[in-house]
Design a binder for this molecule. Structure first.
Ligand code: HEC
Ligand SMILES: [Cu+2]
Length: 381
């Protein structure tokens, strides 16, 4: 270590830096941190309302990052201004050559390392929470296409650009796209996930504030990208019951020659529900899948009940969620993506004990039909 005289003087100066200016710097930085910590409890100015627990957690992290940035901004700029004033070139004073200072170097490596690890672990924890749905979450399927959002519910209904959910209940979105990359973003919930053609991705939320929450497509997807908007309509328990009842009202209405629109209710949401278009309102999603299973001829090779069709094809009972064994010995978790691949590209993974005789159904199963088929296969426990 080569301690120059000049450097020594710098250190002495730092140590004797007037108590007043040092405490001024420190208290400004502390203020910044406290302000941002305080903001974690109220709504953060400039950000949308927080309508989920995850939103509160994201904001706390966000405010921490802002506070940290302000702290180091004040520290660095403050030190810079101080040094500019204190150590500007003076005639006759030659700056000493300074080689290294292990303690300082250690500190400016170690402190940022600790801070970045805190940010990483904290960020990962909230991301993990945002991405892993609780097992009791209600499922809604989302299909993105240029340029609208379609939603499919367990009860067989489907809606466009409006998704109805209950408050204080976890809801899992299982999403795919029929054309290009989209991304589903609900600012009030602070959740966002890419929606990708050819595969399923998912995200979940538990709305805590009833009302309308804006949805944006947040991946540029072509000319009308900015109009690819939707609303999450979060309903409190009474409205949610009305929405659920809307199904029966609608189904009856359709049977009674299209009287659905005549349903009277002072609940705006319930009347909106009654006007929802539905392809097969009398069939649940699982029932729609069962109909597809027969119509597409899957039933010729697969049974839904565990019985055998000989070597034709494996029974699909209990497949969903299981570890399916392939001829190469690999075990594959039979999730939505596996089921879809089995249907669209059956030879990609061949199940042990069977021949690759399944024809591809690529292009013959629409996104909504695929969701119904998957819901049906999932129901075969
Ligand atoms: C000609 C017979 C045949 C038809 C028709 C057929 N499959 Fe298959 N399927 C098979 C065979 C054989 C396998 C196992 C070999 C393989 O993995 O390709 C299989 C595998 C699967 C698997 C993976 C099962 C597992 O346990 O891993 C799924 C899911 C599946 N089929 C769904 C369907 C659906 C849905 C349809 C209708 C759209 C369908 N199949 C139509 C023969 C058929
Ligand atoms: Cu889009």
């Amino acid at each position: 270590m080569s301690f120059g005289v000049r450097q020594f003087r710098v250190e002495m100066k730092m140590k004797t830096m007037s108590n007043k200016s040092r405490s001024g710097l420190m208290s400004a930085a502390m203020m910044a941190i406290l302000l941002s910590a305080g903001a974690a409890f109220a709504n953060t100015p400039g950000l949308p309302i927080r309508a989920t627990e995850v939103a509160t957690q994201w904001d706390a992290l966000y405010n921490f990052l802002v506070g940290l940035s302000v702290f180091f901004f004040i520290l660095v700029v403050g030190a810079m201004l101080y040094f500019v004033k204190e150590y500007r070139a003076k005639p006759g004073v030659k700056t000493k050559y300074i080689a290294d200072h292990h303690l300082l170097e250690g500190l400016w490596t170690f402190i940022p390392f600790v801070l970045l690890m805190v940010i990483f672990v904290w960020g990962y924890a909230v991301y993990d929470k945002m991405i892993s749905a609780p097992s009791n979450a209600m499922e809604i399927r989302v299909i993105g296409k240029q340029w609208l959002w379609q939603f499919q519910y367990d009860d067989g209904r489907s809606t466009i650009n409006e998704v109805y959910v209950p408050v204080n209940q976890p809801v899992k979105l299982v999403m795919t796209s029929t054309d290009v990359l989209h991304s589903f973003f609900i600012p009030n919930f602070r959740v966002k996930q890419d929606v990708v053609p050819g595969m399923y991705s998912s995200v979940w939320f538990e709305a805590t504030v009833p009302g309308k929450h804006q949805v944006f497509c947040t991946e540029y997807c072509g000319a009308a990208h900015s109009q690819m908007l939707a609303q999450v309509i979060a309903l409190d328990s009474e409205d949610w019951e009305n929405w659920k009842r809307g199904k029966k009202i609608l189904a009856e209405g359709i049977r009674k020659a299209g009287e659905a629109a005549a349903v009277q209710s002072d609940k705006t949401v319930a009347s909106a529900a009654a006007a929802i278009p539905a392809t097969h309102p009398q069939l649940t999603l699982v029932e729609q899948g069962k109909a597809q299973f027969q119509a597409k001829g899957c039933i010729a090779c697969h049974t839904p009940d565990g019985s055998s069709r000989g070597g034709m094809g494996p029974t699909l009972k209990g497949v969903f969620g299981s570890h399916s064994e392939m001829i190469n010995g690999a075990k594959v978790v039979a999730d939505e993506n596996y089921i879809r691949e089995s249907i669209e590209n059956p030879t990609a993974k061949i199940k042990k004990g069977f021949n690759p005789v399944m024809p591809t159904f690529k292009g013959q199963v629409s996104a909504t039909e695929m969701n119904a088929l998957i819901a049906y296969i999932k129901s075969l426990k």
